[in-house]
Design a protein around this ligand. Structure first.
Ligand code: ADP
Ligand code: MG
Length: 364
């Protein structure tokens, strides 16, 4: 296994006077030049983790290494990290160039070099023409770029971004997604960004670590996380999912047969599991097809409870059988027939659509 550029080992934080830990033993590895997204709901410990990496919060336990060097006890200004905070934390009374120059001034960088590097950083974020502007005269997207330039001007070993897009409106957010990816590729800086937005994490990052209640639930490529979630929390948090509890009734080489109450036996990929074990099957709503019910066809039958038009798609709630589970089904509008409440339908899916997600330990 290759040694990562940034490595967290059993990193933990309990804030004084607070019940329960904010971060409970996080292990993470980020390869050099890669961008890792830490994705999780509000309050799960993302900012605390990022701040521990930056040196702004002291860990209760665990180690932080960059290039094999233990930085856990190294003070913040000697860690060689660039940080962009959710609020940007810019100096409102200074102009753009002075904001960006700040880190270099702190390091006593000679004037000529400082000017050259500030220009370079402003060019990188495409703000060269606004060097003399005051922060208050900038839009949210421009402030975001200043914050990025300020973090990058010192050529940090690691770039840390805390919900970098959450203060921008929807349109700007998608433009800045592309910008951050471009800037990260151009600089090749090892990057960790935290977000609660699954679209952002999946579309921007090379790797995603899904965090819940202070722990990492799963780490993988965006595709791993979405297509092959290993736990119900991940399946539910990253995209929409029907989660059906059942019992393993047979195990074969590639698939597992699972008896689902009220629905029947479904073949699912994933595992490993043993016959007789309790398990959960995930079916993404968009992987379920609906057709009009044909009498006596033996397919899974259901009744439409509701149909919600949403432009590109229709979101259905469908009750399986008379008293079976209610499934979310999402169908594209247009070429597909649509069904109203009370319609009798058949549900079908491709063989690779159902996935096993291991039964969860503990309570949820
Ligand atoms: P996230 O960034 O994922 O929303 P945080 O890391 O900010 O989560 O917070 C994780 C938990 O730690 C929350 O329960 C939060 O209330 C708590 N917490 C965060 N910062 C502090 C602090 N400075 N003092 C005490 N508790 C904190
Ligand atoms: Mg946060």
């Amino acid at each position: 296994m290759s040694e990562g550029h940034l490595v967290l080992e059993a990193l933990a934080k309990t804030y004084p006077g607070k019940d329960g830990a904010a971060v409970r033993g996080v292990d993470l590895t980020v390869e050099r030049g890669r961008m890792l997204a830490v994705l999780g709901p509000s309050g799960c410990g993302k900012s605390t983790t990022l701040r521990m990496i930056a040196g702004l919060v002291e860990p209760t336990a665990g180690r932080i290494r960059v290039d094999g060097r233990d930085l856990t006890d190294v003070p913040v200004h000697r860690r060689d990290m660039g940080v962009v905070f959710q609020s940007y934390a810019l100096f409102p009374h200074l102009d753009v160039a002075r904001n960006v120059a700040f880190g270099l001034e702190m390091r006593g960088t000679p004037k000529a070099e400082l000017r050259r590097r500030v220009d370079e950083a402003l060019d990188l974020v495409r703000l060269g023409h606004l060097a003399g502007r005051r922060i208050a005269q900038l839009s949210g997207g421009q402030q975001q770029r200043v914050a990025l330039a300020r973090a990058l001007v010192v050529k940090p070993a690691v770039l840390l971004l805390d919900e970098p897009l959450s203060n921008l409106d929807a349109q700007l957010r998608s433009a800045m997604r592309d910008e951050i990816v471009r800037i990260q590729r151009e600089t090749g800086v090892t990057t960790v960004f935290v977000t609660h937005d699954q679209q952002e994490a999946l579309s921007m990052a090379d790797g995603v670590a899904v965090m819940n209640q202070g722990r990492i639930e799963q780490t993988g490529t965006p595709e791993d996380i979405y297509e092959r979630p290993e736990r119900p929390f991940v399946a539910r948090f990253v995209g929409r999912a029907n989660l059906l509890d059942g019992t393993v009734s047979g195990v074969e080489a590639d698939t597992v047969a699972v008896a689902l109450p009220g629905l029947g036996t479904v073949r699912a990929a994933g595992g490993p599991v043993t016959a007789g074990a309790a398990t959960t099957v995930m079916l993404r709503p968009h992987r379920i097809a609906l057709t009009g019910a044909a009498p006596g066809s033996g397919a899974v039958r259901g009744t439409v409870l509701s149909a919600g038009y949403a432009g590109e798609t229709v979101a259905y709630r469908v009750r399986v059988g008379d008293a079976g589970p209610v499934l979310d089904v999402e169908r594209p509008t247009g070429a597909h027939a649509s069904y109203g409440p009370g319609a009798e339908v058949e549900l079908s899916w491709d063989p690779d659509a159902p996935r096993l997600v291991a039964a969860e330990e503990g309570t949820e």
